[in-house]
Design a protein around this ligand. Structure first.
Ligand code: ADP
Ligand code: ZN
Length: 727
């Protein structure tokens, strides 16, 4: 027997497999998709078996033998094996990366993670029921009989739930009862109770019916914030489960969607597995096992949950489908929607994309009928969407209010008096954005990245938000040595300080990357705010999505136009989405909601469309620009990124690649090479060539050759990002 094994090697053709022979005693354990350890040069590596040849007579050269078998059952089933090959083609990524990315850490090849399986002790009968009943009749000890009766009726009782451990010990010694141990899943909570559900509104019913009965593969649910999309998801899944099928629900980031997860758990109880990056390796492994063993019908998770090894999938739901987190930023640079499409075809399942602000691409597809379009135009309680006020900060500054306008101050004061809650968004963490020397104008940058350092007052440090480098705060300018470094710009820390100065006794909680590094920190902030332990929740874009607080009646945005100036063709779209989402947090239950946007661009169409909650208007404005400038959805756009620590060499190769692309793709638009927006990160220079095109196959072929020709030495690294989301 000969097997073909895929291992992780960083040289040459990364998709090449290596053949090994299998000793007689291991042959019975060999299956496709299991991991094995193999000798590789002087090393031992773990790899996946992708092919098995029973007949080995045709080979006449000496092959090495595999060392041992790691798994009893395949970690990659047939579907995942095929999916990996599809991904590798689609994203021009090494096959091994595709397989590794699908699996929880504990099941990846090569890296070994030690797992301590947690166990729970249970007590059950050690004799037949008749014998026990007879024993009870003749036994005078009430305490003993109580325990025996409990075990008789429940069959299995958690050991720690038995009150009198001394009496229990006696019964164990008499061999009437016995102790067993069972594997305990780390995330199981015992206090999940199934909850009643809402009767759907006629609009919601219509959406569910159209989805279930329609014949499209993908549907887009465009529903305003608070229109009851989550309720629709749950109802669709109820129906899917009734048919004996299963569901995957993708959310942008679990930590930010605690409330959604809780609603699912309340509705479906322990029929839900949760997969996301903040779980420990052990927890992830447990959840994966539950899925593999067919113990749950629903998987909720962030991007990588799309690989959950569920059998018989009926629906894949992608909530907040416009979010950039659905695209993985390192190899394989996959989008969860592409993977969903592959799996949906395989399982004959349907896909539901949901959003209040769909991506331009998705909405365009729905408009031409390629996706089915479902709409929820109103909020559940028939309430109007919150009124949005625009504050022109140019005017406000003239009146002496640089950071917080008088309109916002009044709004906050009013809510404090009425005991209502406030949310304030400022999409920048830290205290100030940059340090600039007031003598020579020098801007203090990270020594290894092309980016200004941010001052963090809480820790009194300067930090690079790209590589994490931190330094002590300084006043002396490294250029001219004057003591002239001053901080400019504003981050969440400064706003927190300002608010505390302005409002006596205000209870503020801040949620940004700096306050949520520890596990569970998100949920705690959300829970505490929900329980009115705070008046005001201040944060970055983390607070914009998915949260549902009934007491919030004012949402304020500092620097609403901050994202508009980023040089990326999606910057208007992202700004609209963010502002629309955060506005939707106001007035969700019984109290009327209000939104105050502070901006320097009050006549920008994005601000105007946010003011009117007008997604369609925004779409119509934006699509014209995309058409004129030839950007998605009118073409695909992919990026060839060239990375090198040697500036001259990197630029040379980039120019050659630019010429190569223009020569071989004469009918497409090639831009660059240019330097990336952030030109240097961790001392690596970044160049890029952008391709705008219509014919995917043609471009993929040419890009494969680019990799072959230029990605072949250690002075340069080439990354290909198909359908790039980040410029
Ligand atoms: P979305 O996901 O569109 O923002 P949600 O599903 O969170 O909207 O619904 C908003 C609020 O309305 C939630 O508090 C939810 O419990 C409630 N809700 C949703 N559907 C119904 C319904 N049919 N009847 C009563 N309340 C509902
Ligand atoms: Zn840096």
């Amino acid at each position: 027997m000969i097997v073909d094994v895929l291992v992780e090697v960083n040289v040459g053709n990364q998709n090449q497999m290596f053949s090994y022979t299998v000793s007689q005693e291991l042959q019975s354990q060999i299956k496709k998709g299991i991991r094995v350890t193999v000798p590789f040069g002087t090393r031992k590596l773990e790899g996946f078996i992708l092919d098995i040849h029973k007949d080995d007579t045709a080979r006449d050269y000496d092959l090495k033998e595999i060392i041992n078998v790691v798994d009893e059952h395949p970690v990659l089933n047939d579907e995942l094996l095929d999916l990996g090959k599809h991904m590798s083609e689609l994203y021009l990524a090494p096959l091994i990366h595709c397989y590794q990315t699908m699996l929880p850490v504990a099941l990846k090849a090569k890296r070994k993670v030690k797992l301590n399986i947690k166990e729970e002790k249970y007590i059950c009968l050690n004799k037949s029921e008749e014998e026990i009943k007879l024993y009870i009749e003749g036994n005078k000890s009430v305490l003993q009989n109580n325990i025996l009766n409990t075990v008789l009726s429940l069959k299995k009782v958690r050991k720690k739930d038995i009150d009198n451990q001394n009496v229990l010990r006696t019964l164990l010694k008499k061999e009437l009862l016995k102790e067993i141990r069972e594997e305990k899943y780390r995330l199981d909570s015992n206090d999940i109770i199934k909850n009643e559900t809402h009767e759907l509104t006629p609009d919601q019913k219509h959406v569910v019916k159209s989805f279930l009965e329609g014949d499209k593969e993908t549907y887009l649910l465009h529903g305003v914030t608070g229109s009851g999309k989550t309720e629709v998801y749950m109802n669709i899944i109820d129906n899917v489960i009734k048919e004996g099928k299963k569901a995957i629900v993708l959310v942008p980031e679990i930590a930010l969607t605690v409330q959604l997860v809780t609603r699912f758990q309340n509705h479906f109880g322990n029929d839900v597995a949760i997969l996301h990056s903040r779980l420990s390796a052990g927890e992830k492994y447990d959840e994966w096992r539950k899925i593999e063993r067919d113990e749950v019908s629903i998987v909720i998770g962030a991007r990588s949950a799309v690989f959950a090894p569920l059998s018989n999938i009926g629906v894949i739901i992608i909530d907040e489908e416009h979010e950039a987190t659905y695209k993985q930023e390192n190899s394989p640079r996959y989008h969860a929607y592409d993977i969903s499409l592959f799996r949906a075809k395989r399982h004959k399942a349907k896909i539901l994309l949901g959003s209040a602000t769909p991506s331009l691409e998705s909405y365009a597809r729905a408009k031409i009928g390629y996706y089915g379009l479902l709409e929820l135009k109103n909020r559940i309680n028939g309430k109007d969407l919150p009124k949005v006020h625009i504050v022109d900060m140019k005017e406000s500054i003239k009146k002496g209010h640089r950071l917080i306008s008088s309109k916002l101050i009044e709004g906050i004061q009013e809510r404090l008096e009425k005991k209502e809650q406030i949310m304030i968004l400022l999409n920048r963490r830290g205290y100030s954005n940059y340090l600039i020397c007031s003598d020579c104008g020098y801007a203090y940058k990270c020594p290894s990245c092309d980016i200004t350092m941010t001052y963090h007052k809480t820790s009194d440090t300067l930090r690079c938000h790209y590589c994490g480098y931190a330094d002590k705060r300084r006043i002396e300018c490294p250029e001219c040595h004057a003591k002239g470094l001053k901080d400019f710009g504003v981050g969440t820390e400064k706003i927190e300080e300002e608010l505390n100065k302005m409002f006596d006794g205000i209870r503020i909680v801040r949620m940004d990357l700096d306050t949520t590094t520890t596990k569970g920190a998100h949920s705690k902030i959300i829970k505490d705010f929900n329980n009115y332990k705070y008046d005001l929740l201040l944060g970055t874009q983390m607070i914009a999505k998915g949260l549902d607080f009934g007491r919030v009646s004012l949402v304020g945005v500092i620097n609403a136009d901050m994202g508009l100036n980023i040089p990326d063709f999606r910057s208007s779209e992202r700004t609209f989405q963010l502002l629309n989402q955060v506005s939707g947090r106001s007035g969700r239950k019984d109290i009327e909601g209000e939104v105050i946007l502070q901006t320097f661009n009050n006549d920008h169409y994005v601000i105007e469309n946010v003011k009117n909650h007008d997604y369609i208007g925004f779409y119509n404005n934006e699509i014209k620009i995309r058409k004129r400038l030839f950007y998605p959805p009118f073409c695909f756009i992919s990026l060839v990124r060239i990375l090198s620590s040697d500036y001259e060499y990197g630029f040379e190769v980039s120019k050659k690649i630019g010429i190569y692309l223009r020569k071989h793709l004469p009918n497409n638009t090639i831009l660059g090479p240019t330097m990336s927006n952030i030109f240097k990160v961790k001392n690596i220079y970044r160049f890029g060539c952008l391709i705008k095109y219509k014919n995917k196959e043609e471009v993929a072929e040419v890009l494969k050759n680019v990799l072959k020709q230029y990605d072949n030495n250690n002075k340069i690294k080439i990354e290909i990002d198909m359908n790039t989301m980040r410029m």
